[in-house]
Design a protein around this ligand. Structure first.
Ligand code: HEM
Length: 507
């Protein structure tokens, strides 16, 4: 009977240990962090057991999304109501909670420079949700440390401006196809067009063509499968979260896994075919598209760094292709959409349709500050040793290791302290002396992030947006349609909730 006693005792001890660990995680540690922050003058909304402030955020956001807003740039109260309200109640730097994990909002450009640039090694990206990782691939967005540096070194040259100039004909061809479709609609009397959908198709086409060039048809099919994968994933994100449930072999999970298998198999086929062609033709060339550049650069790294093997494996190239689609397609599409909507507003469309003559595309792009697609980025204060709570210095603050830092890019782009009292007004003149001097701090404008992890595709996005806008503005005049409802929604990019209907006529 003795063994029963000891077995029971071990079980009870295990249970007590487990309960204590849970109590520490969800109660003791948050209180400790709260006290530590308050001692430095940093407070925030009350911590709630289990959910932290997640339910508060969902409630505030749902409330805002239930009604449209006036056509103005003052979008923060609607799209990030928690940031807007809590920064008013608790001051610009405040803390809030995702479950038991604390997040410190850091809205000061000088401190952001430290996080993203000068001390970037101390602030790694937070771990990616496993489901998001399956969608994005284990590419640049997800990678950290040495692996990230190795990939970035190989991918950077593919996005240099001199190489990207080669994609202009592709953009122009895809853009011209889209505009031909618009002209036909207008001639048939259907002058109202939802540009959101149009730009979504256009940017998907452009990224498929530039990533896969000669293998466009297969590439487009792969990207369509990625869209399917995203729809399945969004379904899982929406369902009630039970840890580990997403990874059980349910019907939905199996569908996701099958799509993933098919995407990887198709990409592997394209890569293998190019390898074979390069060998049989003895050309050593893999094609003039992003995939081809990545393969050539990877081969070059293999040649010069035989020992350190700095090249990318086929599976790693597959992951990067997946990343390009998700990182580079919708972001550019929403920039184009908002540029058109706001161009009509800023040129007083109430009295006359906006006319492209003499237009500078920059006008539209500069709206990006106000209607910027990037809401925030996150970093973690690095744990440098086993002492979990060991604080580190960040500006005037001392923060516990592991604290998640939220850099509220959208809020910074609207901050009157940086942009003046007319922060919410469109004023193209502020950029006359260059972007760095447009506000009180050079880092007040960072739609593409900053530091070593700055968007690798920023030249690509700018080239595509400029070219397409120039084409549209040469050919059409437009106003917002009476059926357009201004309701920006974060999903996860900033999109018009009910579409972007504009009325076009030909010049
Ligand atoms: C208007 C369009 C775009 C916007 C606003 C945008 C914004 C951003 C931002 C803010 C980051 C930095 C995130 C962080 O540091 O946490 C980023 C990173 C990234 N972007 Fe973009 N992006 C755009 C277009 C593109 C395009 C066209 C591509 C590729 C074809 C692309 C690929 C990437 C990749 C791979 C990263 C990760 C870089 C790294 O960690 O090294 N983006 N983007």
């Amino acid at each position: 009977m003795e063994w029963v006693f000891w077995g029971l005792a071990a079980f009870c001890a295990g249970l007590v240990w487990f309960l204590l660990k849970i109590a520490t995680t969800i109660w003791r540690k948050p209180l400790q962090v709260k006290k530590f922050s308050e001692a430095q003058g940093i407070s925030g909304p009350p911590y709630r057991l289990f959910s932290g402030n997640s339910t508060d955020i969902t409630r505030m956001t749902d409330e805002q999304n239930s009604k449209p807003m006036a056509l103005s740039h003052d979008i923060l109260p609607r799209v990030l109501p928690h940031l807007h309200q809590w920064s008013k109640s608790y001051g610009q730097d405040f803390i809030f909670w995702f479950g038991p994990n604390v997040r410190l909002v850091v809205p000061h450009p000088e401190i952001i420079k430290e996080i993203l640039s000068t001390k970037f090694g101390n602030y790694p990206k937070p771990p990616t949700d496993p489901l998001a990782r399956q969608l994005l691939g284990k590419g640049l967005v997800d990678l950290k440390g040495e692996k990230w540096a190795q990939h970035r070194k190989i991918i950077n040259p593919a996005f240099h401006m001199d190489r990207l100039k080669g994609i202009i004909p592709t953009i122009v061809r895809s853009g011209a196809n889209m505009l031909d479709g618009w002209s036909k609609l207008i001639l048939l009397g259907a002058s109202e067009i939802d540009v959101q959908k149009e730009f979504n198709d256009l940017t998907a086409n452009v990224i498929s063509r530039t990533a896969f060039g000669s293998s466009f048809t297969e590439g487009k099919h792969i990207f369509e499968m990625q869209t399917k994968q995203m729809i399945l994933a969004v379904d899982s994100f929406r369902s009630v979260y039970i840890p580990g449930f997403r990874f059980l072999p349910t019907t939905k999970s199996r569908q996701r896994w099958n799509v993933e298998k098919e995407i990887r198999r198709s990409l592997r086929q394209i890569i293998d075919a190019r390898e074979r062609t390069a060998i049989t033709e003895k050309s050593g060339r893999y094609g003039d598209d992003l995939l081809g550049f990545m393969m050539s650069e990877s081969k070059e790294q293999r040649r010069v760094n035989v020992k350190s093997n700095g090249s990318l494996s086929t599976e790693e190239i597959i992951d990067e292709c997946k990343t390009f689609y998700f990182a580079g397609h919708e972001s550019t599409s929403v920039l184009l959409t908002w540029s058109l909507i706001y161009v009509t507003r800023n040129e007083k469309p109430e009295t006359k349709p906006f006319n492209g003559n003499g237009f500078k595309w920059k006008l539209a792009l500069r709206n990006g500050r106000l209607q910027g697609e990037t809401r925030f980025t996150h970093r973690n204060a690095k744990r440098c040793c086993s002492v979990a709570f060991l604080p580190m210095k960040l500006g005037r603050l001392s923060i516990p290791a592991g604290t998640q830092l939220e850099i509220p890019i959208l809020a910074i782009h609207h901050d009157p302290a940086l942009w003046g009292n007319d922060a919410n007004d469109f004023n193209s003149g502020r950029f006359n002396e260059g972007i760095a001097k447009a506000a009180k701090h050079p880092m007040a404008f960072m739609p593409f992030g900053a530091g070593p992890t700055i968007c690798v595709g920023q030249n690509f996005a700018a080239l595509e947006t400029k070219s397409v806008l120039a084409m549209i503005l040469q050919k059409f005049s437009f106003v917002t349609s009476p059926s357009y409802t201004h309701a920006p929604l974060l999903l996860p990019n900033l999109k018009p909730q009910y579409g972007a209907q504009l009325i076009f006529c030909m010049e």
